[in-house]
Design a protein around this ligand. Structure first.
Ligand SMILES: [Zn+2]
Length: 405
């Protein structure tokens, strides 16, 4: 169901009336319910930022009673400060609606067996990956330490047909010929990948190596995962616009961009959510296509390109990690990478067993950055990329990672 702006505002007004925004987090942001009387008024609502979430207590961000809590999750915490999120029973129900829509479109059925290849800690990602399978009433096994060797052991011992994980995990598993043969002859037919941008080059590589269909899913701790997912067309990620209102905002002017233009997705949730989002600034870069999709769905499609704080800007042109990955994959560099920006040159650290670097690769990257690029090849798994950190960083940030290369 596609809601128009008037219906979205009516829904928000109803949520206001039941008191879900009557919490300290929104105390100084919303006036009265006339905030939802027109889009012009709605646009006066200030954005909410990640830092405000980090700086607030979890129960300042929810009106959910203890008896209505389904789960509490946390993100971050590598530096000791965790950010907690209350997930209520309505959230579970809405999550199930998303999953049934997305997984049915992917062709998941009761003859499938799932494999979750993600560390099960306090974050929501691995939990929602497991719930995907329980929602579809199919069995699954969880592999909390998804090393390539463990993945191979699981898929050669069990008839797993769908893998849920991050793109880099299934990539690392098939860079070795012996493992790629195991993957190719396994029962795996679908790779449902979230927690990282899936480039077309990586998709092609994975589909060939695994002999499986590869789908891109989008999730975020502040909502759940997936909140958007590709259909069989694999051209943009559909989201259920009945539950999510996504504005694309110009990061410079802070006003909505015309349809189809790139900007920052700002999320407003449209149900009685544990932690309701009102104009939540994701800090991603994306655009939305509202035209009907060939799959028959009229739900809009979002194309997330990267993060605003993880790009290199050359006179209004963004160089994003996905652009670099597309080039690296062309030259068979499949490992994790970091870009270190210096005043006079760019250093690119990439994990690989390869000994030689094609000069055309250096030329392509130099043209992309309009600056001299030096490539430093490091052994596989030595960059310890966790799936969240920025890839385009300064020398100081790189050194603070404490990598012993
Ligand atoms: Zn579609």
């Amino acid at each position: 169901m596609l809601l128009d702006l008037k219906e979205i505002l009516e829904r928000l007004e109803k949520l206001y009336e039941i008191g879900i925004y009557n919490i300290p987090f929104y105390q100084n942001k919303i006036g009265d319910k006339s905030t939802f009387s027109s889009y012009e008024k709605f646009l006066t609502l200030p954005f909410s930022y990640k830092q405000e979430i980090r700086d607030s207590s979890v129960f300042d961000r929810t009106s959910t009673k203890i008896s209505d809590i389904y789960g509490i999750f946390s993100s971050g915490g590598t530096t000791g400060n965790k950010t907690y999120y209350v997930f209520n029973k309505n959230d579970k129900h809405v999550h199930e609606t998303f999953i049934k829509t997305f997984f049915t479109e992917m062709g998941v059925n009761d003859s499938d067996l799932g494999g979750v290849f993600a560390p099960v800690d306090t974050g929501i990602m691995a939990h929602t990956m497991m719930w995907q399978f329980t929602t579809m009433v199919i069995g699954y096994i969880n592999c909390p330490i998804p090393t390539p060797e463990n993945i191979m052991a699981y898929i050669s011992s069990l008839p797993i047909t769908i893998i849920a994980t991050r793109p880099s995990v299934v990539t690392a598993a098939v860079t070795d010929t012996r493992m790629a043969t195991i993957a190719q002859t396994s029962n795996v037919r679908i790779l449902a990948l979230g927690g990282g941008i899936l480039t077309e080059k990586r998709r092609k590589f994975l589909e060939e190596k695994w002999g499986a269909e590869c789908y891109n899913l989008l999730g975020m701790s502040e909502v759940f995962g997936p909140l958007a997912c590709e259909c069989k067309e694999k051209n943009g990620l559909h989201y259920l616009s009945e539950y999510l209102f996504v504005e694309i905002i110009d990061p410079a002017t802070k006003i909505p961009v015309p349809d189809g233009c790139i900007g920052v997705p700002v999320y407003t949730t449209l149900w009685d959510k544990g932690f309701p989002l009102l104009r939540y600034w994701s800090n991603d870069l994306a655009y939305i296509d509202f035209s009907p999709c060939k799959c028959g769905s009229n739900n809009p499609r979002i194309y997330v390109l990267g993060r605003l704080d993880d790009c290199y800007i050359i006179s209004n042109r963004y160089v994003l990690p996905k652009d670099i990955e597309e080039v690296l994959f062309t030259y068979e560099f499949y490992g994790e990478f970091f870009i270190i920006t210096n005043d006079n040159k760019i250093e690119l650290y990439v994990e690989s067993d390869k000994k030689e670097i094609d000069l055309n690769l250096i030329d392509k990257l130099t043209n992309m950055f309009e600056k001299k690029v030096e490539i430093i090849v490091v052994p596989p798994s030595s960059l310890h990329y966790d799936g969240h950190a920025k890839r385009i960083i300064t020398k100081d940030e790189f050194e603070s990672l404490g990598l012993n290369l």
